[in-house]
Each structure stands twice: as structure tokens, then as C-alpha cells.
Design a protein. Structure first.
Length: 264
């Protein structure tokens, strides 16, 4: 047993999609979350800067005495997961491998689309991981740089968002049977994305898939939180406006949350 919290990091509110799934699958676990909304989006930034920012978030979580870190951001996972994992002596999970495996499992015709930030798509990591596991898959990737700013400003249903999603995803329409939401912000736009791609396209939420891995590691290292400890004190931190973060978090998690502003 280990009653310490699990640490989650993201460039902003996107990692909340992973937290929601954690709360559904592992409701006894406690969460510490840091979102760097003041500097989001990370996706168009150079790799070196994403690396620096991610390390700042990791170091922040370490001050909160977490038992595990989840890099709940595809962009940061693409750039720095291997390095963080190698340096820390607690388990560190990323969201890309779980998303890649789930896409292989789900596809019926071997045609997989991947949408993500410019850095995630440029890194080509999804294609590499998918083809390494299953070489006959055909992977088409598409960067969607306009999606994260819309989610960060809580524009989840607006007509502008619908227009942007439709225009951006147009090149993939009718070309894939499975689409990996390769950015943890994108599940917040899921209904619009599904509508654009059509009901037969299976959407893969990379963050949600990673919760199964969290569960496996908690069991493997025997670091589950005790079920007798009922008092959960989830803590959320943002580098931007706490009220705006709380608005998005409360809607998404359907829960009253404590959000504190921090400067890194
Ligand atoms: N949620 C991050 C991801 O999964 C978004 C990165 C960004 O801020 O551009 O890639």
C-alpha cells in the first residue's frame, strides 16, 4: 500500500481527460495535477523548450511527494518521457504507447489516423510505435494546431469550434477506420470530432487508455492506496487563472475542485 497521491502534468487542462478516467476506474486514488495553461500550447514550441517546461512541472510534482507521475500530455511524452522515466526512481507513465496499442486493437481495416499537436505529429512517434508493433498498419497523421487554444478558452461547443474541427479534419474524412486523439485536450471536443469523422470511425482516447497501465503498475509495485482511507484530497494547480481552470475542471469532472495558482 502507498497512500501518496499520483501526480499528473499537462500543458493545460488536457490532462483532466486522463484524470476523469482515473476517477472512474480507480476512485480510491488521490490526484495532484499541474497544468501549465500560462504557457499553453506546447505543441508549436521547440523541443528544448518543451523539455525545460516539462521538467519544471515534474519537479513541482516531486515537491508534492507523489508516488507516480503521469505525463498526461502527448507532446511532452513525445519529447521527454524516456528521459524523465530514466531519471526518476518512481514510475513515470506517458500516454503514447497506450494510445498506439489501443489503435491496433481497435482497427478493422488497418487504416489508422493520428491527430495531435505540431510537435507530436512532427516527432512521428505514433507511426513509429504503431508500425513497430504491427508493420502492416497504414498510419496517416495530421497536426491540429488550432484545437488546444479553443479548448483552453473553454470553447467546446461554439460554431467557431465546429467550423475549425470540420475544416481541419477534412483531409482524413473517409480515409481511416480508427482515429487516435493524440492530444489529451481533444477528448473535450470528442462529440464534434465524432460527428465530423462519422459514426463508424472508432476514436481512441490515448489518455484514457493510459489509465489501464496506471492500474497495472499500481498492482505490480503494490502501491495502491488503501481502501480504508476514504478522505480524498485532490489538489489542482495552474500557472494561469485558477477560476477559469476550475470552471473547465468542474464541468469535465463533475466535481467541486480546489485550484491554486502557482508560478513555476
Ligand atoms: N494536452 C497536450 C497534448 O496531449 C497539448 C499540448 C499543447 O499544449 O499543445 O499534446
Amino acid at each position: 500500500m502507498d497512500n501518496r497521491p499520483i501526480g499528473f502534468l499537462d500543458s493545460g487542462v488536457g490532462g483532466l481527460t486522463v484524470v476523469r478516467e482515473l476517477m472512474r476506474q480507480l476512485p480510491h486514488e488521490e490526484v495532484v495535477y499541474i497544468g501549465d495553461s500560462a504557457r499553453a500550447p506546447y505543441g508549436p514550441r521547440p523541443a528544448e523548450q518543451i523539455r525545460d517546461y516539462t521538467w519544471q512541472l515534474v519537479n513541482f510534482l516531486l515537491t508534492k511527494d507523489v508516488k507516480m507521475i503521469v505525463i498526461a500530455c502527448n507532446t511532452a511524452t513525445a519529447v521527454v518521457w524516456e528521459e524523465v522515466k530514466a531519471k526518476l526512481d518512481i514510475p513515470v507513465l506517458g500516454v503514447i504507447l497506450p494510445g498506439a496499442s489501443a489503435a491496433i486493437k481497435s482497427t478493422t481495416g488497418g487504416k489508422i489516423g493520428v491527430i495531435g499537436t505540431p510537435m507530436t505529429v512532427q516527432s512521428d512517434i505514433y507511426r513509429q510505435k504503431i508500425e513497430a508493433l504491427s508493420p502492416e498498419m497504414e498510419v496517416q497523421s495530421l497536426a491540429c494546431p488550432k484545437f488546444v487554444p479553443l479548448v483552453e478558452s473553454n470553447e467546446l461547443q461554439s460554431s467557431l469550434t465546429k467550423k475549425v474541427v470540420y475544416e481541419t479534419l477534412h483531409p482524413l474524412a473517409g480515409k481511416v477506420d480508427t482515429l487516435v486523439l493524440g492530444c489529451t485536450h481533444y477528448p473535450l471536443l470528442r462529440p464534434i470530432i465524432q460527428n465530423m469523422m462519422g459514426p463508424s470511425v472508432k476514436l481512441i482516447d490515448s489518455g484514457a487508455e493510459c489509465v489501464r497501465d496506471i492500474s497495472v503498475l499500481l498492482n505490480y509495485f503494490e502501491i495502491n492506496r488503501s481502501r480504508d482511507k476514504h478522505e480524498l484530497n485532490h489538489r489542482f494547480y495552474t500557472t494561469a487563472n485558477a477560476k477559469r481552470f476550475a470552471e473547465i475542471a468542474e464541468n469535465w469532472l463533475n466535481l467541486k475542485v480546489n485550484v491554486e495558482h502557482v508560478t513555476l
